[in-house]
Write a protein that binds this ligand. Structure first.
Ligand SMILES: [Zn+2]
Length: 163
């Protein structure tokens, strides 16, 4: 918090800011818009296929969301997980719903690979500089295209802007 900011002032939300960019069509790593969420491909791709699912509603805790809406959101998370698994065939998926830094309900979905020497550890044990693997743009596009096919197969309401 900035020193001149009054105590209790709401912090700007980084995820709401990203959602604004998605809505403006200015977010190339969008995988799909779902009824209750947005699915994006994460930047750091050491865990190939790593995606983030943002709740559309700004809420700091899952239990503060209307129950029916939370259940719909969880159905979308299930579809996203299955789509990621179908595309990258991981040993295991790790789901993390933290929100300590950005208090807006979202999940990190990390595919874990057999070849990962740290596969028994939480993903954060690996140093950040090792996690920050950038894929070639063509490889990111191919990954997003594959994820879209699977997400829409599982959840026909999934959509995205035309290229
Ligand atoms: Zn937010």
């Amino acid at each position: 918090m900035a020193p001149d900011e009054p105590a209790g002032a709401p912090r700007p939300c980084g995820i709401c800011a990203m959602i604004d960019r998605i809505r403006a069509g200015n977010f190339p790593d969008l995988v799909a818009e779902l009824p209750r969420s947005w699915l994006i491909l994460g930047d750091a791709q050491f865990y190939r296929g790593y995606c983030v699912l943002f709740a559309k509603r700004h809420v700091t805790e899952l239990h503060l969301m209307p129950r029916g809406e939370a259940h719909e959101l969880l159905d979308e998370l299930l579809a996203a997980g299955r789509a990621i698994a179908n595309v990258v065939n991981p040993l295991k998926l790790n789901y993390e719903c933290l929100g300590n830094q950005e208090p807006h309900v979202h999940w990190h979905v990390f595919p874990r690979a057999v070849a990962d020497a740290l596969r028994l550890q939480p993903i954060w044990v690996r140093p950040e500089n090792e996690r920050k693997v950038s894929l070639e743009d063509s490889e990111r596009r191919a990954l997003i295209a594959g994820l879209r096919i699977e997400v829409r197969r599982l959840l026909p309401a999934a959509h995205w802007p035309a290229a």
